[in-house]
Write a protein that binds this ligand. Structure first.
Ligand code: ADE
Length: 224
């Protein structure tokens, strides 16, 4: 998969060299390119924002640098993702859909957001999705893009060493994951549930399912 990220803070994405994503890049499974939006400005001050038409607080990102950047980066195969608190909610199912795409481009807005005409312009030409991480407001799209990139790329075959670990985790089955334990069997007086030491795989699977249901009812009844 190819991923292009356009931002005025490229350093936010330095961490993409680390951990599983870094390894997937080194192995050629992921081709990640981070671009500074200011490279597509033409004035001495490298201006990317201006005051909003109609008035109001804050600044809006100007359409021209975005147009020049996206003209260069987008192809017929691209899904353009614009992180925004005004978008559809990012879920495991959106991550799964995106993980099957050959090319994702993230347009990370700052200030009050990007001039709407940029979104409308590229929506006319292909796939554009306004996507929100959740019902809260971040300072810009960078942190949201990072979360979406991590959730999406780990679903690409080969990125995670043990694909079995993808199957039983929270949200894959529509339930939250059951509690997990490792050695020692007793830690500060807290014991590992006896069933997990029994070696009875059928009973363990049943117990884990019950724990998942109970945890989901407790923490996220909206999922049931
Ligand atoms: N930018 C600012 N807030 C955001 C959010 N909740 N999700 C995605 N992008 C954002």
């Amino acid at each position: 998969m190819r991923i292009d990220i356009v931002t005025i803070f490229p350093a936010f994405f330095d961490v993409l060299d680390l951990s599983l994503i870094g390894k997937a890049r080194a192995r050629g499974l992921l081709d990640v390119n981070v671009h500074d939006l200011r490279a597509w400005t033409r004035d001495r001050h490298r201006t990317v924002d201006d005051t909003p038409y109609g008035g109001g607080a804050g600044m809006v990102m100007k359409p021209e640098p975005w147009g020049e950047a996206l003209d260069e980066i987008l192809t017929d195969e691209t899904t353009l993702i614009v992180p925004s608190p005004a978008g559809e909610k990012f879920t495991q199912s959106v991550a799964r859909e995106l993980s099957a795409r050959p090319h994702l481009a993230f347009a990370c807005g700052r200030y009050e957001g990007i001039d709407q005409r940029v979104i409308d312009h590229y929506a006319d030409r292909g796939r554009v999705r306004l996507v929100s991480l959740g019902d809260y407001v971040l300072n810009g799209g960078e942190v949201a893009a990072m979360a979406m990139i991590e959730a999406t790329t780990r679903l690409i075959p080969g990125v995670i060493g043990n694909p079995g670990s993808l199957l039983e985790e929270s949200h894959e089955e529509g339930l939250l994951e059951y509690p997990i334990y490792t050695k020692p069997p007793v830690w500060r007086g807290h014991e590992v549930p006896e069933i997990l030491l029994s070696g009875n795989h059928g009973a363990i699977a049943q117990w884990r399912h019950e724990q998942s249901v109970a945890r989901t009812r407790e923490q996220r009844p909206d999922l049931l």
